[in-house]
Ligand binder design. Structure first.
Ligand code: SAH
Ligand code: MG
Length: 210
């Protein structure tokens, strides 16, 4: 297939995601995510949860021209669809895909000493506390950590009337927000959409982090 203009490709992916119930960033989430990328001007992005590659291409379309994305997906079919989408744009040459469990791959990248200046958590929501512990050592000084769906349909802030089956996931997201708000980390929550959290590491008195 011929290479496509990015805006047209992103639009086509939005339509595909809607038709096939793929939970890519929703309309509000996209606007905030674009703003985060714009403000961070990242060069090395780590993404947990590729799905069909939408958020990776959105980020690359807005980031500096040397920016790369390392992205992890567990589902083979989605991994393959993302691979095909990346092949349709020159931006895709700057993507490295991993097929596997996000926590396992994050652990491996950390062991390899990899560093990133922008990290996006969007894989298994119940694993966010585990992801936090695994990825924060790879977050460069001054880097940005973003997590999607942290409010989980509003239940994370308002657990009244919450169906029992959501107890574990909501408890884990609450734990994530506690971790991400414990010094030296500080987090802002953007509640439109399903809740995006943006975390930064504050400079401490010992001056080690930025
Ligand atoms: N970031 C994407 C959407 C990701 S949806 C975008 O906005 O365009 C979440 C994805 O995480 C799904 O495709 C799901 O298959 C994947 N996922 C779920 N559990 C996972 C795990 N343990 N490891 C890696 N990926 C996982
Ligand atoms: Mg999401």
């Amino acid at each position: 297939m011929a290479l496509m203009e990015t805006t047209a490709l992103l639009q086509e992916m939005e339509t595909y995601a809607e038709a096939h119930n793929v939970p890519i960033l929703n309309a509000n989430g996209r606007r905030f995510y674009a703003q985060f990328i714009h403000e961070a001007q990242p060069h090395r992005i780590l993404e947990l949860g590729t799905a069909i590659g939408y958020s990776a291409l959105l980020a690359l379309s807005l980031a500096p021209a040397d920016c790369t994305v390392d992205t992890v997906e567990l589902d083979e079919e989605r991994y393959a669809i993302a691979q095909a989408n990346f092949a349709r744009t020159p931006l895709g040459t700057r993507v490295t895909q991993y097929l596997g469990d996000a926590g396992d791959v994050a652990e491996r990248l950390a062991q390899e000493g990899r560093m990133f200046d922008f990290i996006f958590l969007d894989a298994a929501k119940a694993q966010y506390p585990d992801y936090f512990r695994k990825v924060t050592p790879m977050l460069a000084a001054g880097g940005t950590l973003v997590a999607d769906n942290v409010l989980f349909r509003g239940y994370v802030l308002h657990p009244v009337m919450m169906p029992r089956r959501f107890e574990t996931i909501v408890g884990r997201l609450q734990e994530y927000l506690r971790l991400a708000n414990t010094p030296p980390y500080q987090t802002e929550i953007f509640p439109r959409g399903d809740g995006l959290a943006r975390t930064r590491r504050m400079t401490d008195a010992k001056g080690g982090t930025s």
